[in-house]
Design a binder for this molecule. Structure first.
Ligand SMILES: Nc1ncnc2c1ncn2[C@@H]1O[C@H](COP(=O)(O)OP(=O)(O)O)[C@@H](O)[C@H]1O
Ligand SMILES: [Mg+2]
Length: 310
C-alpha cells in the first residue's frame, strides 16, 4: 500500500520527485494546464494543516497557491490560522475586511476577497477570533454557507488552518474535500502529525491524506520522514497517505518571510519554489492522478454533521 511514496506512476498514485522539474513526459504548457472549457465549475477545497505549529503551513499555502495560479488556476487563499507570520504578512498586504466582518457584521464574503500578488485572491481570517472562540454549529453553517458562494469563483480554495485539534481547526478540515498535512523531520512534528492523521482517519471524510515534508535536510531525510508516518498510517489507520513533496531547509524561505515577498515570486529557481511548482503539477493532474471530485464547500453539510454529531 505504501508504494505511493515511491514515485510509481499511473492511476491515483502520484508519489513525486520533490523539488524537481516536471515529471518526464509532462509538458506544463501542453499537458497540465486545463483549458477553460475543461474546467469544472466547483472549486477544490484543500486545507493545509499540521499537528504542531511553526512547521511551515502558511509558507506552503501561499507559495502553493501562487504555483497553482501560474498553472492558470483561479486560486483563493483563506487564512484561518493567525499564528506566527500569517498569510497577509507573507503576502505583504493588509486587507480592510476579514472573515470576522462576514460572520459578525453581515458583510458578503465576496466583498472580503482581495487581490494579492501573483494573481491569487485572499481572504483574511480576522483578528484572532478563530483562535479565541469555538464557533458553534449555527455559526459554522453561516460561515460555510458564505464560503459556498466562493465555489464558482475559484478552481482551488486553499485554507491555511491553525495547528492542532481545536474544534475550529477540525471544522475547516471537515469542510475541505482534501487535506495536506505538513510535517518536518523533527520527532515532535512526526508524532503530532501522526496524531492528526489518526483523527482524520476517524472522521472518515477524506479518502486520503496528502503529506508534505518541510525543512528537510535532504531528499533522503524527506523520504525517510514520509515512510515513517506513512507506513504506520497505512497499516494501522487504513487511511492512505500520499506523498506530495518536500521543501528543504532553505534560507530563501527566511528571506521571503523577512521581505514579505513569497519565495515562489522572489526566488523562483530556489528549491522551495521548484518544489511547490512540482506539488502544483501533481494537484492539477499532469497524468499522475485522477482528479478528485470537486464538492466545493457545498458538500459540507454531511461532513459538518459528522464532526458535530460524533
Ligand atoms: N523550508 C524552510 N526553510 C527555512 N526556514 C523555514 C522553512 N519553512 C519555514 N521556515 C521558518 O519557519 C517559520 C514558520 O513558518 P510558517 O509558514 O509561518 O509556519 P506555520 O504556518 O506552520 O506556523 C518561517 O517564518 C521561517 O522562518
Ligand atoms: Mg501559519
Amino acid at each position: 500500500m505504501w508504494g505511493r511514496a515511491s514515485g510509481v506512476k499511473g492511476g491515483r498514485i502520484f508519489g513525486r520527485v520533490p523539488g524537481g522539474s516536471p515529471p518526464a513526459g509532462v509538458n506544463p504548457d501542453e499537458d497540465v494546464v486545463p483549458s477553460a472549457e475543461s474546467r469544472t465549475a466547483v472549486a477544490r477545497v484543500i486545507a493545509v494543516t499540521s499537528g504542531k505549529g511553526g512547521v511551515g503551513k502558511s509558507n506552503l499555502t501561499v507559495n502553493l497557491g501562487l504555483a497553482l495560479a501560474a498553472l492558470n488556476q483561479r486560486v483563493i487563499i483563506l487564512d484561518a490560522d493567525l499564528g506566527l507570520a500569517n498569510v497577509e504578512v507573507l503576502l505583504g498586504i493588509s486587507p480592510p475586511c476579514t472573515l470576522y466582518d462576514c460572520l459578525y457584521r453581515d458583510r458578503d464574503i465576496r466583498e472580503v476577497l482581495v487581490p494579492a500578488p501573483g494573481g491569487v485572491q485572499f481572504i483574511s481570517g480576522g483578528s484572532g477570533f478563530l483562535e479565541l472562540a469555538n464557533l458553534d454549529r449555527a455559526r459554522w453553517q453561516r460561515l460555510l454557507t458564505s464560503l459556498a458562494l466562493l465555489d464558482n469563483l475559484a478552481d482551488f480554495i486553499l485554507i491555511d488552518t491553525g495547528a492542532g485539534l481545536s474544534k475550529n481547526v477540525l471544522g475547516f478540515l471537515a469542510a475541505a474535500g482534501e487535506v495536506i498535512v505538513v510535517i518536518t523531520p523533527e520527532p515532535t512534528s512526526l508524532t503530532d502529525g501522526y496524531s492528526l492523521i489518526k483523527v482524520l482517519a476517524r472522521f472518515k471524510v477524506h479518502r486520503e491524506v496528502l503529506l508534505a515534508v518541510n525543512r528537510a535536510g535532504s531528499e533522503q531525510e524527506a523520504l525517510a520522514t514520509v515512510r515513517r508516518v506513512g507506513t504506520v498510517a497505512d497499516r494501522f489507520l487504513g487511511l492512505p497517505v500520499t506523498y506530495l513533496g518536500a521543501i528543504h531547509e532553505d534560507r530563501a524561505v527566511i528571506r521571503a518571510v523577512r521581505n514579505q515577498r513569497p519565495f515562489y515570486l522572489a526566488e523562483p529557481r530556489s528549491q522551495p519554489a521548484r518544489s511547490v511548482a512540482a506539488m502544483a503539477l501533481c494537484l492539477t493532474g499532469g497524468g499522475f492522478r485522477e482528479e478528485p471530485p470537486r464538492p466545493g464547500f457545498r458538500g459540507f453539510v454531511q461532513r459538518l454533521a459528522r464532526l458535530f454529531d460524533r
